[in-house]
Design a protein around this ligand. Structure first.
Ligand code: GDP
Ligand code: IMO
Ligand code: MG
Length: 420
């Protein structure tokens, strides 16, 4: 079998959690491949809403295995809180979850470093979620990280202390002096909790599962435009959010990847700083925010909103090799008399569809207008039932990208999903 990959094509929050939950019945294993508690994946069913940060979005299904891959950075404190808030019971979660021994740990000082670094940037701040993501991946890349497998070492505390001392020297440079005692107590308690969970060589585990004919879905976090290499650098996260990240974040050879499901909103959002060419600072943007409830699932920050950016979407499709598109939140556009899509940029006086090196270099945006629809689509259960204007909009995206839209989401609940 080959592993399918599901990932975001925009700036995150496309609705990955919802769709992973919807697709889980078709798979035996769901595996998160990168990111950490910066992610907030929302799942709604039976009138309840759950937000996941570290735990893969297949967790609510019985008899399915969820894996936290080596590419993920885990904060034990967030992990513990999350397990305890799922409403499943720790034992149930334990049975459904495996954690890679090679996943890195977020330490209390990583969060302090994140805050100190962001504060030092002033106006130029990234708008990080301040969950310690950047510093944890920095330590991973500089070969100073602590991994889940290290928790079994007898000298773990000393190993930890050496790292903390390095961090404290940097923090002192920033003028950041913080009492660590309470944070460390909470962290070490949470580490004991984490140690009760099953750890594996996830690479071998997934290999065996695929050989045995099991179906595996890789779940991404963030989105392509936040990728450390291909996103709007430096306003990005610190991991590879693209399809290649599933290979390195789980130990999958490139030839063993199957479908790549690319998720995008029918419009665009971004939370945090950085370029966002189609951003709307007007009533339309506010309407998207209100109707789409565009407030961060992790930080509660209002999300910036704007029209669909086709050059950026096509770029993401190219980088990821997307085979199927899933369009989310079409219902949020109901009631707009006109819907716009940016189909090209003007750069140095010329029209182009390629993304320039720096998106701040875009001088103008060229839009195509579509007629809106004014009916409730949240109860539609097939593509045929959708208003003709929305079908036109989707048809245009399929024609422009050359990729079929095979899921259309029309509401936050599991059930508000049109397939095929
Ligand atoms: P993720 O990070 O990609 O999993 O997405 P988030 O959970 O951060 O943000 C998506 C938000 O949109 C959540 O509040 C979802 O409940 C909600 N959502 C998902 N799909 C739809 C949809 O089709 N329509 C509406 N109105 N909301 C949706
Ligand atoms: P999900 O998985 C949206 C953004 C932050 C900030 C930048 C860097 O829910 O789609 P970081 O904390 O990684 O140092 O922040 O990336 N960001 C996200 N935006 N959705 C996310 O995850 C995000 N994770 C990080 O707002 O701009
Ligand atoms: Mg999110």
């Amino acid at each position: 079998m080959k592993i399918d990959i599901l990932l975001g094509l925009q700036w995150g929050d496309e609705g990955k959690g919802k769709i992973v939950d919807v697709l889980t019945p078709q798979y035996e294993i769901v595996a998160r491949f990168q990111g950490g508690p910066n992610a907030g994946h929302t799942i709604e069913f039976n009138g309840a809403k759950h937000v996941l940060h570290l735990i893969p979005s297949g967790i609510f299904h019985k008899d399915k295995i969820n894996i936290i891959g080596n590419g993920v950075v885990i904060d034990p404190v967030v992990f513990r809180r999350e397990v305890e808030s799922l409403g499943l019971g720790t034992e149930e979660v334990r049975e459904r979850l495996l954690i890679s021994l090679k996943a890195h740990l977020i330490m209390p000082t990583h969060k302090l470093l994140d805050a100190a670094h962001e504060a030092s940037l002033g106006e130029a701040k990234i708008g990080s979620t301040l969950r310690g993501i950047g510093p944890a991946y920095t330590d991973k890349a500089s070969r100073n990280g602590l991994r889940v497998g290290d928790l079994l070492r007898k000298d773990f505390r000393e190993f930890y202390r050496t790292r903390v001392n390095d961090h404290l020297r940097i923090l002192q440079g920033y003028g950041y002096i913080n009492d660590l005692k309470a944070l460390e107590e909470e962290w070490f308690d949470a580490v004991e909790f984490l140690k009760k969970f099953n750890t594996v060589n996830a690479d071998y585990h997934i290999d065996m599962a695929l050989r045995a004919g099991k179906r595996v879905l890789a779940e991404g976090a963030q989105g392509t435009m936040l990728d450390i290499d291909f996103g709007t650098y430096p306003y990005v996260t610190s991991s590879n959010t693209v399809a290649a990240g599933a290979c390195t974040g789980l130990g999958i050879a490139p030839g063993r990847t199957g479908d790549v499901f690319g998720i995008f909103k029918a419009y665009c959002t971004r939370v945090g700083s950085g370029p966002f060419p189609t951003e709307l600072d007007d009533a339309d943007g506010q309407r998207m925010r209100d109707l789409g409830n565009e407030y961060g699932a992790t930080t509660g920050r209002p999300r910036r909103c704007g029209w669909l950016d086709l050059p950026a979407l096509k770029y993401a499709i190219m980088i990821n090799g997307v085979t199927q598109l899933f369009m989310m939140k079409a219902d949020v556009l109901s009631g707009f008399s006109e819907i716009k899509v940016c189909h090209s940029y003007t750069v140095e006086g010329k029209e182009q569809t390629e993304l320039p090196y720096c998106l701040y270099d875009i001088e103008g945006l060229n839009y195509r207008s579509f007629r809106g629809w004014d009916c409730d689509i949240t109860r539609c259960s097939s593509r045929e039932e959708l208003p003709v204007e929305l079908k036109e909009y989707i048809g245009f995206i399929e024609k422009e990208t050359g990729v079929p839209v095979t899921i259309i989401s029309v509401g936050p609940d599991r059930s508000a999903t049109i397939r095929g």
